[in-house]
Design a protein around this ligand. Structure first.
Ligand code: NAD
Length: 477
């Protein structure tokens, strides 16, 4: 089989030094890879490429689709777009993987046994960036959660756990509140878990999960979650582990992946041969597992851990009580190369499994989607916002074949009965339901409401799917 070809970008600041160190380790290990270099980042920005990626680099990235990337300096000032965001969007990198583990006693950590991986959905959720101002007082953001997006990240989490010899996958959501979006995420997790019987699984509500990550991270192993929760959890985990400088991160898609260090280009120490290449090396090890070169990943990982154990440390992790030699970037790489073939004694190493990571989507058969109603959102700011005034005006409109059921304000029912006294804003939701209705019936209703002088600013069609409600219910329904 021909060697796997990967793209390597040396990056900016300390990028060239640490990438060179990692490449020397990969080559000394005789890793069966071919390397294609691209120049992206600061120099490309300054040549006028707003994304930091010139067209020839794009061609190479698209052709090879697996990339090891040194850190990139984003120049100050407007007009520049982040290389990472561009790569993520253009290559459909739906998963972000952040490893957070302690390396006690070499690096101080509050939780010496912590070894957590957070897999965060990378493209959806509130990060879809779909926001609207609806009225004087109301702004809405769309939380987009899709079945294919959810399935991809969850399947990836299980494949990851299997490939890396992990034991447990924990799903974190807020499905006690967001029963439809987070509820689907949890449900898909439970479905896919059945395909991986060797792995333990559990689910935690995100607030409890975040508290556990901060207080008892050693009880967690692999965490899979939605975009926003994952963003917050990764920072908590990095802080608690205390070893962010040694962490690698991966952005992974169906058929493309990009691996990098968590840290940036550290311009303050660039060119001094003192940067620690461990973050990028950890990323390179993830890359090797990803492409199925698990034995090479293990050999390099073990040699690196032995180097840490032997006390050969770069200045950022050098400690009088544990270190034996203070070395620069090049000498640190030399020390790893010298230890290839050895296994650590104290720092536990994971055993990687053969086969790499494979994502095969399993689309569901389509369900019967039936129109059963509409939520009509209106802007109204009269009569001290007395819901009975608006509710009665709406109730008088002939809505047949739809039936006006109830009205809510900020999700709380205010008509026909006020469930709770609540602050009322200037946007109201009116729910209509009906049997055997068509979209023409909805259009006719909208016309009547408009003729009654009521300002409609948004509608949501209500559907059932194989008879199950595709919308959340009001308190009285
Ligand atoms: P940084 O991570 O580059 O540096 C923060 C501190 O950590 C500095 O004191 C630095 O010297 C130190 N440090 C970082 N990596 C180190 C290493 N390998 N060894 C020893 N010390 C190390 O963060 P910053 O200063 O906020 O950002 C600098 C530049 O990096 C900015 O242009 C930023 O946009 C960019 N950046 C890029 C990425 C990326 O490419 N993924 C990520 C974060 C920041």
């Amino acid at each position: 089989m021909p060697n796997q070809r990967i793209v390597v970008a040396y990056g900016d600041g300390i990028g060239p030094e640490i990438t060179d160190a990692v490449m020397r380790v990969l080559r000394a290990n005789d890793t069966p890879l071919e390397y294609e270099l691209v120049e992206i980042g600061e120099r490309a920005y300054l040549k006028g490429f707003a994304t930091g990626i010139p067209p020839d680099a794009w061609e190479i990235i698209r052709a090879n689709r697996v990339m090891l990337k040194g850190p990139i300096t984003t120049p100050q000032g407007g007009g520049y777009r982040s290389v990472n965001v561009t790569l993520r969007k253009a290559l459909g990198l739906f998963a972000n993987v952040r490893q957070c583990r302690a390396f006690t006693p070499y690096i101080a950590s509050l939780h010496p046994k912590m070894n957590v991986v957070i897999l965060r959905e990378n493209e959806e959720d509130l990060y879809a960036g779909i926001e609207y101002r609806q009225s004087q007082e109301v702004v809405l953001d769309l939380k987009v959660v899709t079945r294919p997006g959810t399935e991809s990240i969850i399947r990836y989490a299980f494949e990851y756990a299997r490939a890396y010899g992990r034991k447990k996958v924990t799903c974190m959501t807020k499905d006690n509140i967001m029963k439809m979006s987070d509820g689907m995420f949890h449900r898909v997790f439970d479905e896919i878990a059945k395909e991986y019987p060797e792995l333990k699984t559990d689910h935690l509500i995100i607030d409890i999960g975040a508290a556990r990550l901060a207080a008892q991270p050693e009880r967690l192993d692999v965490i899979v979650t939605l975009n926003l929760y994952g963003d917050i959890l990764s920072d908590i985990a990095a802080q608690v582990a205390g070893s962010i400088g040694l962490a690698g991160s991966a952005n992974v898609g169906q058929d493309a992946a990009m691996f990098e260090a968590v840290h940036g280009s550290a311009p303050d120490i660039a060119g001094k041969d003192i940067a620690n290449p461990s973050g990028l090396l950890t990323a390179a090890i993830q890359l090797l597992v990803h492409v199925g070169l698990y034995q090479d990943a293990e050999r390099i990982k073990n040699a690196w851990l032995v180097t840490l154990e032997d006390g050969v440390h770069t200045p950022d992790i050098y400690r009088e009580d544990f270190s034996t030699r203070r070395v620069g970037t090049r000498a640190f790489a030399d020390a790893i190369i010298k230890r290839l073939g050895r296994v650590p004694e104290e720092l536990d190493s994971l055993t990687y499994r053969a086969g790499g990571i494979h994502l095969t989507p399993h689309p569901l058969p389509p369900q019967e989607q039936k129109l059963v109603g509409v939520d009509v959102f209106v802007v109204w700011d009269q009569a001290d916002r007395d819901p009975n005034v608006l509710g009665n005006a709406i109730a008088q409109i002939d809505s047949a074949p739809l039936e006006f059921k109830l009205m809510t304000n900020r999700g709380v029912q205010v008509f026909p009965n006020v469930i709770v006294e609540t602050v009322r804003v200037d946007m109201w939701r009116c729910r209509y339901l009906g049997n055997d209705i068509t979209f023409e019936d909805i259009l006719a209703l909208l016309e009547k409401i408009t003729r009654a002088g009521i300002h409609i600013n948004k509608i949501e069609n209500l559907y059932t799917f194989d008879g199950e409600h595709g919308y959340s219910m009001g308190q009285d329904e």
